[in-house]
Design a protein around this ligand. Structure first.
Ligand code: NDP
Length: 333
């Protein structure tokens, strides 16, 4: 197998040289095991956030869609496709048990998604899709006529959250980092999209939410979120999904924070963090609903696909630099 190991713990923005491609012989599979070959690898922000759990020399963590090429496991037969927590590697041996400890229902055979691309099972028909679906509906609980703001709106989760909120009859404002993302988000139904790299973005936000923000789906944290929270209405709900603005920061030197507590108190805000695995018992419900919306043409998606396993570090660094539109994926060959 070929795999990427953590050569050097990341400092601030990861560098390609922090990761090393190595080759390793795999043993023969034993009874109760199967051997897979990676087809698509998921590229995700949590790989940066959770890197402190790895030691130098460990294989990088991550999910992938893989083909089963040998099997001595009844539930994972040869030639089927599986989603697994196999890390950044081309070939893996599994006994069908999740080793990442995150409680997601993987490894599992991919669900039936008809003729849609298998890569979607790592995104809109998998973890990011379910994070958007459950995070928005169960934590923000938006109702028709409310104003919903979503950050990292041009990414996998953000673009999906905004569209679900539109389906629920909300007014939706996205915040993202490039004009290209703004144009796409407008084309799929966002009412307003704000580029936070535009120096007047704070004023644009104020003008876009004349009645205040009822729900904020927060993917980024930091200063962007502090500003949004200052515009929330009474009893506003914040679903804290991620905090990507700080993933590259050294926690000993975090930027000075804007005080948001007065808004939390006086507007009686509900701010709740969550992880998608909370809903693992309802996992298929989310996939079914998202599949239905895609087939009905009600939800649109984009994938940014980088070709070649060896380009995994580049795709990962591109994601952290905001170069992806929609879900970031690496196609192995
Ligand atoms: P995205 O596809 O949204 O990619 C990340 C995006 O974040 C980039 O494209 C970039 O877009 C934006 N970004 C990067 N750096 C910054 C920064 N410093 N400030 C503001 N925006 C930044 O990834 P996902 O949709 O997979 O994930 C979105 C968030 O959800 C992440 O925070 C992730 O950790 C979290 N997450 C949480 C889960 C949970 O269970 N709670 C599960 C999965 C993901 P832009 O051009 O807009 O800057």
């Amino acid at each position: 197998t070929k795999k990427f190991i953590l050569e050097k713990t990341f400092e601030n923005m990861p560098k390609e040289s922090d990761l090393k491609l190595v080759e390793e012989e795999l043993p023969e599979i034993r009874e109760g095991q199967f051997l897979t070959e990676a087809v698509y690898l998921s590229v995700d922000p949590y790989m940066r956030a959770y890197v402190h759990k790895l030691r130098e020399g460990d294989t990088m963590i991550g999910y992938q869609v893989a083909k089963i090429i040998q099997s001595k496991h009844k539930e994972f037969p040869i030639n089927k496709y599986v989603i697994g927590d196999f890390g950044w590697q081309t070939h893996s041996i599994s006994n069908g048990i999740n080793t990442s400890g995150d409680m997601l229902p993987y490894p599992s055979l991919i669900p039936d998604i008809g003729s849609l691309p298998l890569s979607l099972t790592l995104g809109i028909l998998g973890t990011t899709g379910n994070t958007a679906y459950f995070g928005l509906l169960e934590i923000c609980k938006p109702t028709a006529g409310e104003t919903v703001v979503v950050s990292a709106a041009g990414g996998a989760i953000g673009s999906h959250v905004g569209q679900i909120a539109k389906l629920k009859g909300c007014r939706v404002i996205g915040i993202t980092g490039s004009d290209q993302k703004c144009i796409w988000l407008k084309s799929i139904g966002f009412d307003e999209v704000i580029n936070y790299n535009n120096h007047s973005w704070r004023n644009c936000l104020m003008e876009a939410v004349p009645r205040g923000v009822d729900c904020y789906f927060d993917n980024v944290g930091g200063e962007i979120s502090s500003i949004v929270i200052q515009h929330m209405t009474r009893y506003g709900r914040v679903a804290v999904c991620g905090s990507i603005s700080s993933y590259n920061c050294d926690i000993r030197h975090l930027p000075k924070a804007t005080i948001i507590q007065p808004w939390i108190v006086f507007h009686q805000l509900e701010i709740r963090g969550f992880v998608n695995a909370n809903w693992n018992s309802r996992w298929n419900e989310g996939i079914k609903q998202n599949l239905y919306w895609i087939k009905e043409g009600k939800i649109h998606y984009k994938e940014t696909i980088t070709e070649g396993f060896e380009n995994m570090p580049k795709a990962f660094i591109d994601l952290l630099n905001g170069k992806n539109l929609g879900k970031a994926i690496v196609k192995v060959k």
